[in-house]
Design a protein around this ligand. Structure first.
Ligand SMILES: [Zn+2]
Length: 286
C-alpha cells in the first residue's frame, strides 16, 4: 500500500503534478453504491469485518482484510476511482494514484483485490446516464477476471484485457476481448498489440469513457510479470493509450493497477509514467 503514497510524493517532488491538480474524495462510498456490482451479503461481510476464511485466503491479505484500516483504505480507493472518472468526464483526462482492483468478483475478492472499483464506477456512471458506453481497458499483466465476470454479456460495457497468457489467474474469465501474450513478450510486439486492439475497439464500440488499468507488472523486472516490457516501453504505452483516447475525443481515466518490486521507489517510478504521460498530454493537447 505504501507505493500509492510514494507515487503521490514522487509526482509532487518532481513537479510532474502541481498541488492544485490534486483532488481528494470528499466521502467514502455508501453500501448501496458497492451493491451496484457486489452482492449485499459480500458487502456486509466486508464492511462488518466478518469475511470467512475462504474469502480471506483468496483475497491474500489474511486477517488484515477484516481490519478497519484496510476496510477504510479499500473504500477510499473506490471513492478515488469514481472521482477520477468524474474528473475525466469533466476535463477529458484524469489519473488516480491508486485503483484498478480488477480481480474482485461480485461475491468475493481475489488476488489482493477486495472491491472492484472499476466496475462500481462504470456501473454508477451508466445508471446516472453520465456515460452510455464504457470501455474498461486492462493492461495489467494479469487478466482482469473479476471485471470480465461482472460485465459478461453486457452491451454497454466493453472489457478489453491484454495480459500474460501463462500468468494468474489460472482460470481466465471471458472478457469481451482477451489477448493473452506469450512469456517474454517485449516492447515492439507488446505495443503494436495494444495499439491495434485499442484502436479497433474505439472504432467499433465507440465508448464515451475509458477506464484504463495501467498495471506496470508487464515490466521486464517485475517480480510477478513474465513479460519483458522496458521502462521505455512503459513510457511509450502510457503516451500511446492516453493520446489515442484523447485524440479520439474520448475521456480517459487512468488507474495504477498492479506492480511488484521490493524497491518501492523504483516501483513508484514505473507507475509515474502514467501521470507523466498525462501531464505531457495535458500541456500539449488539452
Ligand atoms: Zn497484476
Amino acid at each position: 500500500m505504501q507505493v500509492f503514497q510514494r507515487i503521490h510524493d514522487q509526482l509532487l517532488a518532481k513537479g510532474t503534478v502541481d498541488p492544485r491538480q490534486v483532488h481528494t474524495p470528499l466521502a467514502l462510498p455508501s453500501r448501496e453504491l458497492l451493491c451496484l456490482v457486489h452482492s449485499a451479503e459480500y458487502v456486509d461481510a466486508f464492511l462488518g469485518g466478518s469475511l470467512d476464511e475462504q474469502r480471506l485466503r483468496r483475497i491474500g491479505f489474511g486477517a488484515a482484510a477484516a481490519t478497519q484500516t484496510l476496510i477504510n483504505r479499500t473504500l477510499a480507493e473506490v471513492a478515488g476511482t469514481l472521482l477520477t472518472a468524474e474528473l475525466a468526464l469533466e476535463h477529458g483526462l484524469a489519473c488516480n494514484t491508486a485503483g484498478g482492483t480488477h480481480h474482485a468478483f461480485r461475491d468475493t475478492g481475489s488476488g489482493f483485490c477486495i472491491l472492484n472499483d472499476l466496475a462500481v464506477t462504470a456501473e454508477l456512471l451508466l445508471r446516472q446516464g453520465r456515460a452510455q458506453r464504457v470501455l474498461i481497458l486492462d493492461l495489467d499483466v494479469h487478466q482482469g477476471d473479476g471485471t470480465a465476470a461482472i460485465f459478461a454479456g453486457r452491451r454497454d460495457v466493453f472489457t478489453l484485457s491484454v495480459h500474460a497468457a501463462s500468468n494468474f489467474p489460472a482460470r481466465k474469465q471471458a472478457s469481451h476481448l482477451d489477448i493473452g501474450l506469450p512469456d517474454g513478450c517485449a516492447d515492439d510486439q507488446y505495443l503494436s498489440t495494444v495499439a491495434e486492439a485499442l484502436t479497433g475497439v474505439l472504432q467499433t464500440f465507440r465508448p464515451d469513457l475509458v477506464l484504463y488499468d495501467a498495471g506496470v507488472d508487464p515490466h521486464i523486472d517485475d517480480e510477478l510479470g513474465r513479460l519483458a516490457v522496458t521502462n521505455e516501453g512503459l513510457r511509450r504505452r502510457e503516451l500511446l493509450v492516453l493520446d489515442t483516447c484523447v485524440g479520439s475525443g474520448v475521456p480517459v481515466a487512468g488507474y495504477v493497477g498492479g506492480g511488484y518490486a521490493s524497491d518501492l521507489a523504483v516501483l513508484a517510478g514505473r507507475h509515474c509514467w502514467l501521470h507523466r504521460a498525462a501531464a505531457q498530454l495535458w500541456h500539449d493537447r488539452l
